[in-house]
Design a protein around this ligand. Structure first.
Ligand SMILES: Cc1ncc(COP(=O)(O)O)c(C=O)c1O
Length: 303
């Protein structure tokens, strides 16, 4: 856990330097108000971004999603996308990041105890954390993930658009808690109609013959990693399809994997007690994992 909270610079272990509303503060002093509506109501948006080999991967794409999420909740970011991208890069520089995980957070800001956003008169709180590593799933990449289907359905777009990467993650957290209770590595979530939606914080793919299939993004987050894998497919001789599918299709698939900025491309070898393929990360998944790694190591915005 040490890497999450501190990082080593020149052999010393030191605090992260966190961007908070225009200033870089040591992490012990990086705070927002207890009246912040991000804390009180989950009223805010965020991103999860990776840096590899001294570059930020798909920075523009993450800025687009961040600004679209903010617009969707009618939260005005007091920066242009270019300015915000520079804040992200600057935060990386302040922390000497070559490889790492970056978390921009924009909340409605401090208000009073009523939920009306108009009470947040001082404007949004803006935080950017950049840390040198993330270890989301531990050592499961070689053996593959065991996944269980959650009894919680993904919040439907009629209630809250899943395209908004908001600070309201309880629906996903409930699924993750359930997976933990069953001793699984991850949870698979269905949409309200019973079609496969996504994992707790990752998109889902299945492999059938030489086709990779992922659900449309109508009930899940349009993941940057998902998009990247769809773009990589043709160069790997794979057909890629977006399609609604059911648990039956997952159980009967040749291979399955999940994708996310934190999880990257992670093989799934068991779903609801059923072995997927031969129970080991499959050849197509491995091919995609390698192509993804090659891409992230060779592209991105220089820090
Ligand atoms: C609910 C949810 N789905 C999918 C993803 C994967 O998206 P990305 O590949 O952009 O990280 C994430 C992570 O951001 C997420 O929180």
């Amino acid at each position: 856990m040490k890497a999450i909270h501190t990082h080593a610079v020149g052999g010393r272990t030191t605090d992260l330097s966190v961007y908070v509303n225009g200033k870089f503060l040591p992490q012990s002093e990086a705070k927002v108000s207890v009246f912040d509506h991000g804390l009180l109501y989950g009223d805010g948006v965020f991103e999860g971004i990776r840096a590899y080999n001294g570059r930020v991967f798909k920075l523009e794409r993450h800025m687009d999603r961040l600004f679209h999420s903010a617009k969707a909740i009618d939260l005005k970011i007091p920066h242009t996308k270019g300015e915000f991208a520079n804040i992200v890069l600057e935060t990386c520089r302040h922390n000497d990041i070559k490889e790492g995980y970056i978390r921009p957070i924009i909340t409605r800001g401090p208000g009073d105890l009523g939920l009306d956003p108009r009470k947040c008169k001082s404007g949004p709180s803006i935080v950017v954390i950049a840390q040198p590593s993330i270890n989301l799933l531990g050592k499961v990449y070689e053996r593959g993930l065991k996944v269980v289907t959650s009894s919680y359905r993904r919040v439907p777009p009629q209630s809250l658009s899943p395209s908004i990467k908001s600070l309201n993650y309880l629906n996903n957290i409930m699924a993750k808690v359930e997976a933990n209770q069953y001793g699984a590595d991850e949870a698979l979530m269905l949409d309200i109609h019973g079609y496969v939606s996504e994992a707790s914080a990752e998109n889902v793919f299945i492999v059938r013959n030489h086709t990779i299939v992922t659900p449309f993004t109508s009930t899940n987050l349009p993941g940057v990693t998902r998009e990247t894998v769809l773009e990589l497919a043709p160069s790997l001789g794979l057909e890629a399809k977006e399609q609604f599918f059911t648990l039956y299709d997952v159980w009967a698939s040749d291979e399955a994997f999940i994708t996310g900025s934190a999880a990257e491309v992670a093989p799934v070898v068991e779903v609801d007690g059923r072995t997927i393929g031969d129970g080991k990360p499959g050849p197509t998944t491995k091919k995609i994992m390698k192509a993804f790694r090659d891409l992230v190591m060779s592209t991105g915005t220089p820090i």
